[in-house]
Design a binder for this molecule. Structure first.
Ligand code: AMP
Length: 544
């Protein structure tokens, strides 16, 4: 028997309409690419989103067309989020930090019709535009006064595009499974792969993100996403702030400690989200200045493992509740969030930190399983380690027009292979030990590069650390630690080894340590292990 409830589609246009109606005076504040702070409200944003929707129709945009953005976190990018998906087209956010060859591949593979680009990225795009035969034109996210001389064909300013359009638009109602946005994930090998979200997956993910045991976003919050809107829809922030009616603070291109701190304080930010590298920068700035936060309550960290030293500093020195989260582009992205349960609040401090160091516990809506090499399920006992597979309504069912990648990504039961190795405990807390391809296999036993890196960055002289496996004649692989010191010569090998001896099992100790000025990162801020393996894979270990 069918139930008797309305079949109202979950559409992205409804999110901003709700925010404009009932949180119309709540602010959206942007540090613009041009420099000044821009300030308006959800009601103002909605009026301009409707102008944009009319302008898109004027450009001849059809449902399903892909429209690309290369842009920072700004109010104009936010308007594109709602305007493009709202008319039934697909918002394709491109990570401008990708290599030019990857951007060329992505624009052509997605068959993008129009490209919306921030001033910062115009020169880069000018070099590539000749290779985008299908792109009909470019919209520079600025006004006519700041419009640069450009060789981009058919280019105009965003403000001139929307200026004379009516601020009313009748949003089309369509199937909630319609594609809403597209984000390519770039592994370290092969071509980037497109993850195509739906209106339904986006809205369901949004409900999850707002729930108290996930990120608990509510109308009292002032939220600053440091995580870029070109990286998995800023972990859903552009949508969840509208659902909750929260204030949104968009940092534009300035993501250094001083610029972020200024916005945290001036805009009463209560919750912020970003990758560990950003927080390391912020903490260094805070320590240098002797500053405190006056409103910041929660800080969400994910994308890479948050080191214990960072979690402890934020909680103890600055009184901020750290929420360690894990997810993937393929998962919209949230899979686990580290909000402690009631019984855990009474645990001794060390035990609470052990839990906070884990990547969080599973949210409702995502199912997890771990399997051994033969695909057998392993227990969720906090000890058994295996490859993590996931399932759920905001998890990809296949890559956009890429059959080979899709085929490799799912097991016979249709679960998505994350490529991460982890343990899961009885409370649903996940601890990621490694990417499957990064784990170090020493004499048949596994050494977690994440745990070793974590221990190494606990040393006050270490700015950043990476661990890779290097060939060893007896053990197959042994760990090599690569350290970026805070100050050149500030820490030496003997001291580092002594420090690690107290923190990891003896057989985990790296066989050698090298010091470097910089460590390579991917376009989303993760350590680029493939490059490190290229550079140091043949490193001769002492005694090997
Ligand atoms: P992306 O799709 O770029 O967001 O990358 C997803 C991958 O980032 C995951 O499969 C993990 O390997 C890694 N990752 C994300 N969050 C964390 C975390 N909190 N700790 C460790 N690795 C993480």
């Amino acid at each position: 028997m069918q139930g008797l409830m309305m079949d109202v589609p979950l559409l992205i246009s409804n999110l901003i309409r709700h925010a404009a109606r009932y949180h119309g005076d709540t602010e959206i504040v942007t540090r613009t690419v041009e420099g000044p702070i821009h300030r308006y409200t959800w009601a103002d944003a909605y009026a301009r989103v409707q102008q944009l929707a009319n302008a898109l129709q004027g450009l001849g945009v059809k449902p399903g067309d892909r429209l690309a953005t290369l842009a920072w976190n700004t109010h104009r990018h936010l308007e594109l989020y709602y305007g493009i998906s709202g008319v039934g087209a697909v918002l394709h956010t491109i990570n401008p930090r990708l290599f030019p060859e990857q951007i060329r591949y992505i624009v052509n593979h997605a068959d993008d019709q129009w490209v919306f680009v921030d001033l910062t990225f115009v020169p880069m795009l000018e070099k590539l535009a000749a290779e985008f035969p299908k792109v009909k034109g470019y919209v520079v996210l600025t006004d006519d006064a700041h419009m640069p001389e450009t060789t981009l064909p058919n280019a105009r300013s965003y403000e001139s595009l929307i200026a004379d359009q009516p601020a009313e638009f009748d949003w089309p109602q369509f199937d909630e499974k319609t594609a809403s946005s597209l984000c390519y994930t770039s592994g370290t090998t092969g071509n980037p792969k497109g993850v195509l979200y739906t209106h339904r997956s986006t809205v369901l993910h949004c409900y999850c993100v707002c729930s108290p045991d996930a990120l608990g976003i509510c109308s009292r919050d002032s939220l600053l996403p440091v995580v870029p809107m070109f990286h998995v829809n800023a972990w859903g922030c552009a949508y969840s702030t509208a659902m909750a009616g929260a204030k949104l603070v968009l940092p534009g291109p300035k993501l250094d400690g001083a610029s972020l701190y200024e916005l945290f304080e001036s805009e009463g930010v209560t919750i912020t989200l970003g990758v560990p590298t950003v927080w390391l920068g912020l903490l260094a700035y805070m320590a240098e200045q002797g500053n405190r936060f006056s409103t910041l309550q929660r800080l969400v960290v994910g994308g890479s493992a948050a080191p214990l030293s960072m979690i402890v500093a934020l909680e103890e020195d600055y009184g901020v509740d750290v929420i360690h989260a894990w997810g993937m582009t393929e998962m919209s992205p949230i899979g686990t969030t580290g909000v402690l349960k009631g019984k855990m609040l009474r645990l001794p401090k060390e035990d609470r930190y052990k839990l906070k160091l884990k990547q969080g516990r599973v949210v409702y809506g995502v199912e997890l399983k771990i399997v051994d090499d033969a695909g057998n399920r392993l227990p969720h006992d906090g000890t058994a380690q295996g490859e993590l597979l996931v399932r759920g309504p905001w998890i990809t069912a296949g890559y956009f027009e890429d059959d080979a990648a899709t085929k490799a990504a799912f097991d016979s039961e249709g679960w998505f292979r994350t490529g991460d190795i982890c343990t899961i405990d009885a409370d649903g807390f996940v601890q990621i030990t490694d990417r499957a391809k990064d784990i170090i296999k020493s004499g048949g036993e596994w050494i977690s590069s994440i745990d070793l890196e974590n221990a190494a960055v606990g040393h006050p002289g270490v700015a950043e650390a990476a661990v890779i496996g290097v060939h060893h004649p007896k053990w197959q692989e042994r760990p090599l630690l690569i350290v970026k010191p805070r100050k050149a010569g500030g820490v030496d090998k003997a001291e580092m080894l002594q420090f690690l001896e107290q923190r990891v099992a003896k057989w985990w100790l790296p066989d050698d340590i090298v010091f470097v000025d910089e460590l390579p990162h991917t376009a989303t801020g993760k350590l680029l292990k493939s490059k490190l393996r290229e550079d140091f894979g043949r490193h001769r270990l002492p005694g090997a």
